[in-house]
Write a protein that binds this ligand. Sequence first.
Ligand code: HEC
Length: 135
Amino acid sequence: MKQTLVVVASSMIFLAVQAKTTQDGVYTEAQATRGEAVYSKACASCHGPSLDGDGQAPPLAGKEFEDEWKGAPLSDLFERIRVTMPGDAPGALKPAEVADVMAYLFSRATFPAGPSELSSDVAALKAITFMAPAR
Ligand code: HEC
């Protein structure tokens, strides 16, 4: 019985450590600034300079974008961008550039910045959940 309690307690601590979201300051402002340069160069032509989409390319900001990714681990968004984008040159971005461009999207979504950069490590990104405040 006592052992069961210890197991339950330690798995609760594990969950608490894992339960990080985009509301917890998961990127830095400097990283978002780098990501803005990547965005202008590689994304804006299709997704628009204001991230509001353009014909075929969906918006990368606002409610539609947030509803699409809400609850998903950041590894999903990272892989989606890394493997399929930019639409005219899929896979052209380095993993660090993908993380930087995500930091820029988060800054535009007004998710809070924090003390450490968003990692480009898929396992680390898996532990962070996309969460937007209700709009
Ligand atoms: C040549 C045009 C083009 C460029 C450049 C481009 N995209 Fe896209 N993107 C698209 C199109 C079209 C779609 C929707 C169809 C699809 O999934 O391929 C899309 C879809 C996406 C999605 C999925 C959106 C959602 O809500 O499901 C993300 C995220 C994304 N793009 C990010 C980026 C990023 C970041 C860049 C820059 C590194 C970029 N794209 C550059 C055309 C483009």
